[in-house]
Design a protein around this ligand. Sequence first.
Ligand code: NAD
Length: 504
Amino acid sequence: MSHDFLAELGIAEQTSGVYAGGWIAEPGGAVVDSIDPSTGDTIAAVRTGSADDYERVAATATEAFAGWRAETAPARGELIRLLGERLRAKKRALGALVSLEMGKIRAEGEGEVQEMIDICDFAVGLSRQLYGLSLHSERPGHRMYEQWHPLGPIGVITAFNFPVAVWAWNAAIAGVCGDPVIWKPSLKTPLCAIAVQRIADEVFAEAGHAGVSGLIMGEDATVGETMVADPRLPLISATGSCRMGRHVGQRVAARMGRSLLELGGNNALVVLDDADLDLAVRAIVFGAVGTTGQRCTTTRRLLVQKGVAAELTERLQKAYAQVRIGNPLDAETLMGPLIDGDAVDGMMAALETAAKQGGEVLCGGKRVDRPGFFVEPTIVRASADMPIVAEETFAPILYVIEVADVEVAIAANNGVAQGLSSAIFTNDLRCSERWLSAAGSDCGIANVNIGTSGAEIGGAFGGEKDTGGGREAGSDSWKAYMRRQTCTVNWSGQLPLAQGIKFE
Ligand code: NAD
């Protein structure tokens, strides 16, 4: 391990992937390798936890809850402010680690850490704004109001593609709301999780609240299933594939728990004849090629109106030819590798299927001949009724589909099972408003003249249908992390019943 940022993050020698108020030196699960997707080489080996280790983490979080909820929300916010400060100091190093282990380019790695910082800032302000409503009672001499209490320890399951930010979206908001967090990260990005946990430990342990931030790495079938079924966790916040979310959501519902599901997307970008094509080309290339097509908000379907289809496709092919593929840590690189060999195989299989269903590869379509898991960014001419277009292939494949008008575009946008992000490029006010109307895009995110990816943390983030319906980050997403209580105080000296009922 020769990268200086590993030492800066204090993880050069760390092997444990379990933290329960302190690192467990020898957890009882299997050893997993952290792999550099640019080379296929092993960066480090990490020891994961067993179901027994999970028990220690859960017991620690349960105990920590009592002390944490007793702090005032602004006092909790102060620790989240300090967390944001530590992240600022480690932004370069942590961003580089995200690039190394996950494969996104350095600017995106640092951007992901910036998202962590931004959500900490948001949460600090929120810690003084966890408002409840005051209501007018129908009974004289009565006061009614709502208040929000901490919910309890939260289970946070994260995907490999945002290996640090999604923890922060949950941990910062849950933190000010008064909830400890137990994090089960993806086993594809164990070092990122250890590095973040070490930063959290600096803040929470120093303040005497070490148990507020727990970490359990482990197999899905043992540790994951135990966590999802644990009645001590009133909320499971799970980010990942629709397949995982469908399973986890049902398991949590079976024990009357709540789940917050952030699942797969199949995001379309519409370009109408009157659009500014300069803007559209830049948004499409960033949306489809950025993070090597491994964002939940990646642009996967381009729905282009007939009048500009030929010109736009040609311009995209030119832009794709200039995408510099390489090691994500090199400043010149625009597209790094896919996460692993399975992802490369999955992309090649999808392209084969697309060809069988009538798709035509316009550019790219091949593996890149070098070590690691590199592929070419790919454009496929397709039609909306090809079954493969309805699937989320987690790779840089852009399906280009011609549409007659805005109505056909909206129908195609909505014609898939997922409902995360969507965008339209147009300068026509009517088309823009049509897109944003109740009968327009059915996605959780609907943009005009900006692309499908790169959301800001101030808005509520998430999607409908198979994307799971959860909302994280800004706006009033915090409500998912608290329990609502409706309170009525009678100061009248009488006991009038609601609805005018007499019960003498
Ligand atoms: P994945 O579904 O394979 O894994 C996600 C997480 O779920 C991992 O931590 C995994 O270990 C865990 N998991 C799987 N089965 C489990 C079980 N039975 N019990 C408990 N945990 C279990 O997804 P991935 O390949 O890591 O990530 C890519 C997927 O995530 C894509 O579909 C992408 O769209 C989606 N994603 C969605 C969002 C969003 O906010 N909507 C954000 C990022 C990624």
